[in-house]
Design a protein around this ligand. Structure first.
Ligand SMILES: [Zn+2]
Length: 139
């Protein structure tokens, strides 16, 4: 364990529904009410149809690695024990792309197209981080 606590995400008003859902261990993304496009992070304007009308929708948490980076450099002392670790952009089955960490996976096995599923890490009493792990094959 590291002696220095990891920094917690800043919870903006726009992203509050996402973090509230994460505390319930649910993954939610914003969905445009104009054209149905799902997006992450939350934005005021739909980049596809320019509608400002949007809501939040629960998604499966299933997707695949769209792109990734393996972090070797320690940019914050709290992550000294964590390197190397994988930062991934996950393309959800429903269409939005979410930036997160990939866990339970050797960094050598991280690959574009890897099927993943969401997992939830309770890091503080009121903060839960959605992360992803390789999806286990259905038995
Ligand atoms: Zn739209």
């Amino acid at each position: 364990m590291s002696a220095v606590p990891k920094p917690l995400p800043q919870i903006t008003p726009e992203m509050a529904p996402f973090w509230e859902a994460a505390r319930r261990h649910e993954l939610m993304v914003q969905r445009c009410r104009g054209c149905g496009t799902r997006r992450f992070p939350a934005r005021e304007l739909c980049s596809r149809c320019l509608s400002r009308d949007a809501g939040w929708e629960r998604v499966s948490g299933h997707g695949q690695v769209f792109s990734f980076a393996i972090m070797h450099q320690v940019y914050h002392p709290a992550f000294a024990d964590a390197v190397p670790y994988a930062i991934v952009v996950v393309e959800l089955e429903e269409g939005a792309r979410v930036l997160s960490n990939l866990v339970d996976c050797p960094t050598a096995d991280v690959a574009i197209g890897l099927p993943v599923e969401v997992v939830f890490e309770d890091v503080a009493p009121d903060v839960t981080l959605p992360k992803f792990r390789p999806r286990r094959a259905a038995a």
